[in-house]
Design a protein around this ligand. Structure first.
Ligand code: DGJ
Length: 755
């Protein structure tokens, strides 16, 4: 079993293939302390690691009346008893006192992984994959029971953590802060990696040196948000894609969150992550429990690449419940960038007909099909079809699309209401607002109070009716604004701090009901692009629209950033029209295809306006997708070079688990002049050293070729590489020449097959 307890030493040891995590019961005071996290070790007694901490105590500092709590590496630090570093737990009593002091009480180790009530979480798929440790601590004065839960995935370098608080006092306790996990390190020689951005440029990695002080990431938007993703890693200052220690946290939660890496004054550091304490409070009555969201912790001894592959393996098998588990998901076409709100039944069916001829398999009707929704100013909340626009309703449209040989999918934004809607006129108090205070509009809409069951049920019933009236096989669930002026008409004053968390629990409940009632429905999430891209959402929805920026070149950064912890198969990516609607950039159709294939793959353009040659390319793209998608969906991702700090090219590989096949995507983002020009030799990764691979360029961007410039300087470098046989060792250590491409934004797909 991956978890053992050395009773004599008072030490718990959690082992994964390359990882050891150790915690101890400190001395007769029975504090629970963190001892070690990193590369696997064999020892079961590592009490020596406390070092000087043992000495900083009353008996060796004569005359001192207490212990210096700031020196103790607490496993779950609390506020109020002298540890001034970033803490995980703060509670308030009815009298207004804030202090909590946890001591070990008991523990259980058992096979499997418990479910978290009302919350998404990773799960054991087959017996024997997980072992769990429940460590029970208590604050005796408060009679607050705090259960720390750890699960190790025996074959992955993953440990998950969560916390369960139970009030065993006869009086109410208010939770003011409850984070999910904490890590302690005895040094600061590390960098902090977080994912930041904005609307249309989500998930940009930011690497900051850790010093004394704090690096934070977080959201108070009511959703995980586009500016900060609930991911934080600390890594050796010298760590790269392929070498060095990395310790990463990713929160399985879709609301306000906080991640902090702190270099503290005794030269060590601490990392915490959980629900953001801002505007959070939870009233715990006698006998009640509160469960914090799960934090996933990944340790990699081989840099960021291995960290990402571990997250991908975990999420694909133990978080995502794919409705297409063993096959590719259907190639879709979405009408948003083709028509926006301006569509008719005829226009939609024309698009679907043309798409069907090109092999596209799913037609998605985006925003604008319901109520009086002819623009973004109205209609949200009125989930009944606009028969003026779509005579015969969704039933007629979906059966027409089905007759054309395509599946049918639909857009919804169920958490929102427009002021100009029947729903708002009937139930103005259903929108989140603070009485007497201006209620902010954003994109002309308010957020419904999904902490209220009657509100959720009402919306769900309407959507259920639409879905039952037609053959809908895909839903795009959108969420286009953040929460502001948060208060609920249904909560008393001392529970207003619960609204944001209750809101998220409400979203999870409805997504869960949708999955249960329509088990074969493919659910894609979206929040103005990737503003709610997190593992919590992935539990319900195997894919999330990556960004409202559909520009292929911009998407490289966004998708590679998201791939830090999320598998490519989760990142919604489409080929859109050129000039691109967000940037005005012109990119070849092939290049757009290569980048969209490093995602879910689909189209978002008016296919009826495309030339015959372009439609031929689309047919080829759909064919390539079907031939290689399982490599991308289930294989290992290797980022080549530096995908973020490099203006000249981007390159990544998808390698099958048995290493017999691989697909290399190479995009030249910036053409260079001179003899070598943009030809460059890159070292491939992830292959079998001894295998001989046949290496073939299977597709190459066609447009904007200038043959003269291309051959200037003599030898056509790299042309000899178009079909080669080379060993994995040569490809990985000596490298492979990426042939010189002419022009910016050109690319190619290279296929490797072992003999
Ligand atoms: C925002 C989404 O990200 C877009 O793809 C589109 O669905 C619009 N909302 C529709 O309002």
């Amino acid at each position: 079993m991956g978890i053992t307890f050395n009773e004599e030493a008072g030490i718990f040891k959690i082992d994964a293939p390359d990882t050891t995590y150790m915690l101890g019961i400190f001395d007769d005071e029975r504090f629970v302390t963190h001892l070690y996290y990193g590369k696997r070790i064999v020892d079961t007694d590592v009490n020596y690691l406390y070092g000087p901490v043992y000495q900083v105590r009353p008996s060796v500092l004569p005359g001192q009346a207490g212990r210096i709590m700031d020196t103790i590496p607490f496993e779950y630090p609390t506020y109020g008893c002298g540890d001034y570093r970033e803490h995980c737990l703060e509670v308030e009593t009815l009298e207004g006192y804030h202090a909590c002091d946890l001591r070990y009480e008991a523990h259980k180790i058992y096979p499997g992984k418990p479910k978290l009530v009302g919350l998404p979480a990773t799960f054991e798929k087959e017996e024997g994959e997980c072992t769990t440790l429940e460590l029970i601590c208590r604050d005796k004065t408060l009679n607050l029971k705090v259960t720390l839960l750890y699960t190790v995935f025996e074959y992955l370098n993953v440990i998950t953590r969560t916390v369960l608080l139970t009030n065993e006092n006869e009086k109410v306790i208010y939770i003011k802060r409850v984070l999910s996990g904490c890590l302690e390190f005895d040094h600061q020689n590390m960098d902090v990696l977080t994912l930041h951005g904005s609307w249309e440029r989500e998930c940009g990695p930011v690497r900051t040196p850790l010093r004394q002080g704090k690096v934070t990431t977080g959201s108070t938007r009511g959703e995980s948000g586009p500016t900060d993703n609930p991911f934080l890693a600390v890594l050796d200052s010298s760590a790269t894609e392929d070498v060095g220690d990395v310790f990463a946290m990713n929160l399985v939660y879709s609301g306000n969150f906080l991640g902090v890496a702190e270099g503290h004054h005794f030269r060590g550091s601490r990392v915490v992550m959980g629900i953001n304490p801002t505007n959070f409070s939870w009233k715990l009555e006698q006998g009640e429990s509160f469960t914090a969201p799960e934090v996933v912790m990944v340790y990699s001894d081989q840099g960021l690449g291995k960290m990402s592959r571990t997250f991908h393996d975990l999420y694909r098998r133990h978080l995502i419940r794919d409705v297409y588990p063993d096959t590719s998901r259907p190639v879709l076409i979405n009408n948003w960038e083709a028509t926006y709100f301006d569509f008719t039944f005829e226009k939609l069916t024309e698009i679907a007909a043309e798409a069907g001829k090109c092999g596209i398999e799913l037609f998605v009707l985006d925003d604008g099909w319901f109520g009086n929704r002819n623009d973004e100013k109205r209609g949200l909340g009125d989930w009944f079809v606009n028969e003026e626009k779509l005579p015969g309703g969704i039933g007629r449209l979906s059966s027409e699309i089905n007759k054309l040989g395509l599946k049918f999918g639909l857009w919804i934004e169920p958490e929102m209401v427009s002021p100009d809607s029947e729903l708002f006129r009937t139930h103005p108090d259903w929108a989140i607002q603070i009485p007497g205070r201006h209620r902010s509009l954003f994109r002309h809409q308010y957020v419904l109070d999904w902490s209220r069951k009657e509100v959720r049920d009402y919306i769900y019933d309407m959507i259920h009716k639409v879905l039952s009236s037609a053959n809908v096989e895909y839903i795009k669930w959108d969420m286009n604004r953040t929460l502001t002026e948060t208060a609920s008409a249904a909560l008393p004053a001392d529970r207003q701090g619960e609204l944001c968390h209750r809101y998220v629990l409400g979203v999870y409940e409805i997504m869960g009901r949708l999955r249960n009632d329509f088990p074969s429905l493919l659910l894609e999430n979206c929040s103005a692009g990737g503003s709610r891209f997190d593992p919590g959402v992935l539990y319900y929805s195997p894919q999330i629209w990556g960004s409202d920026d559909s520009d292929a070149i911009e998407r490289i950064q966004i998708q590679m950033g998201a791939s830090m912890c999320y598998p490519l198969s989760t990142i919604g990516a489409h080929i859109s029209a050129v000039p691109n609607h967000q940037t005005g950039r012109i990119t070849s159709l092939e290049t757009r295809g290569y980048i969209a294939m490093a995602g879910t793959f689909g189209y978002e353009l008016d296919i009826t306006k495309m030339s015959d040659e372009e439609k031929k390319t689309i047919r080829e793209q759909v064919d390539i997708y079907h031939r290689y998608n399982l490599l991308i969906k289930d294989g290992d991702l290797y980022r080549i070079g530096d995908p973020f700090g490099n203006r000249d090219y981007a390159c990544w590989m998808n390698v099958s688990k048995d290493k017999k096949e691989a697909l290399v995507t190479y995009i030249q983002t910036h053409a260079l002049p001179g003899f070598f020009g943009s030809a460059r030799k890159l070292r491939l990764k992830g292959l079998e050293e001894a295998s001989i691979y046949e290496v073939k360029i299977i597709s190459e961007s066609k447009e904007v070729r200038n043959e003269e410039a291309h051959t200037e300087g003599g030898q056509e470098l790299g042309d000899t590489c178009e079909s080669l046989k080379l060993s994995g060792s040569a490809l990985m250590h000596a490298g492979y020449w990426m042939k010189r491409l002419s022009g910016d934004y050109m690319g190619m797909l290279i296929h490797l097959k072992a003999e």
